[in-house]
Design a protein around this ligand. Structure first.
Ligand code: TMP
Length: 392
């Protein structure tokens, strides 16, 4: 059942160069769906992995300190708990996680060739292909089975979940574990973070929906860690049914929280949709008010999430002059759809800037800390999470 229409949207990670800016972009209607039977929340229209994840992919995991620390903490824990185990990472990006291990024990899968090459520069073994059953078979023949399959912010990007998990099971030792982390639906609903939805985020999972789905594959979640990254994520620890690992109380606790917020009911999503419409109106009102007073507004963090917000709220360069970002692949390009320019960040970028819209709100703590000096001298950040406001 469709519960929210986020309007006509371009493909989020297709930042435009000057030439592309002049051309027509692929656009689609971003509709959000709640399946009352499976409890899965997903976007309605999807694109092929080939179209989305190509050799010009602009996202690098290592661009934030928060993400690097997140991966390092997990790596250290795994090294302590599971010594010398074989680890396969699906969607290893630039190697931010695997670089913490001995390269002989690991294998990364990264279909975006430009990003896979960045990981290879860190001496990580990487196969640049899309994850599916035929790849799993090929890997199993050459490398055998793995003890740990890790995947962060990737599985929700692949439409055919049955194929994804069958392939993982195929390559996983019988006592092996899957560690999967992705944005939490609970946090998305709590924070009104409708920008978690764009063409790459095909699913945003609740524990309720994911565990129901995994049952079908004879897999079960035995532990879940709540993470602050990406606006609130869940790190699920999953094993094969036959593996008699004790189920940690974190699973029961999260389920309880999700039930309390009624993540299993359509009404919750219909109410969320109403809050999203209000969020849009309020954000536009704040930006227009500032502009009317003659002050400039810029954006910080040209995230894929920002593409959803800007296009849904129809915020273009008449309201936000330009965005700042640290990612080389985004430099001097334009945000898809609304075509706002992205400029290279430097540590003086906020000098004499009055208002900054926080596109990368998921890195709020890191960014506000970094820009302390400018905030003290009057720069103000604007966020739409959980409701649009100027951060005091
Ligand atoms: P994400 O929310 O999809 O992870 O994207 C975060 C974007 O924000 C990415 O393009 C890097 C950018 N960024 C900055 O430009 N400066 C920063 O300090 C941080 C933390 C992120």
């Amino acid at each position: 059942m469709i519960f929210l229409d986020l309007g006509l949207q371009p493909l989020a990670n297709k930042y435009l160069n000057l030439n592309q800016k002049k051309k027509r972009e692929t656009k689609f209607r971003l509709l959000l769906d709640f399946n009352v039977k499976t409890k899965i929340v997903s976007i309605k229209k999807t694109f092929s992995s080939k179209k989305m994840f190509d050799d010009k992919y602009p996202y690098r995991s290592s661009m934030s300190k928060t993400m690097k620390e997140n991966f390092l903490r997990l790596s250290n824990n795994l090294k302590k708990k599971y010594k010398h185990k074989k680890i396969l990472e699906i969607g290893c990006n630039d190697g931010a996680f695997l670089k913490n291990f001995n390269n002989n024990d690991t294998l990364g899968i990264e279909p975006c060739k430009n990003i896979a090459n960045l990981a290879r520069k860190k001496r990580i073994k990487v196969i640049s292909e899309y994850w599916n059953m035929s790849l799993a078979n090929k890997i199993k023949k050459k490398h055998g089975k793995f003890n740990i399959v890790y995947s962060a912010n990737t599985i929700t990007h692949i439409k055919n979940l049955d194929n994804v998990f069958s392939a993982i099971k195929n390559i996983l030792e019988s006592d092996g574990i899957i560690i999967m982390e992705d944005p939490s639906l609970l946090e998305c609903i709590r924070k009104n973070a409708y920008d978690q939805f764009y063409n790459e985020h095909i699913y945003v999972f609740s524990l309720i929906a994911l565990s129901k789905f995994l049952e079908k594959h004879k897999l079960r979640i035995f532990k879940v860690d709540k993470l602050k990254v990406h606006g609130g994520s869940n790190r699920y620890f999953i094993c094969k049914d036959q593996n008699k690992i004790r189920i940690d109380k974190s699973v029961k606790n999260l389920r309880k929280e999700e039930m309390k917020l009624s993540l299993h009911k359509l009404k919750t999503y219909q109410n969320f949709a109403k809050r999203v419409i209000n969020s849009k109106l309020k954000l536009i009102e704040i930006l227009k008010r500032i502009k009317k007073s003659g002050k400039q507004i810029i954006g910080y963090g040209a995230t894929a999430k920002s593409v959803t917000i800007l296009n849904y709220c129809k915020i273009d360069s008449t309201l936000i002059d330009y965005f700042l970002d640290v990612t080389p692949e985004k430099m001097n390009r334009y945000l898809p759809g609304v075509k706002i320019k992205i400029k290279r960040y430097n540590k003086n970028s906020l000098k004499n800037i009055h208002f900054v819209f926080l596109g990368a709100w998921n890195f709020k703590d890191e960014i506000l800390k970094k820009e302390k000096k400018f905030i003290k001298s009057g720069t103000k950040f604007i966020t739409h999470i959980p409701t649009p406001r100027i951060i005091k």
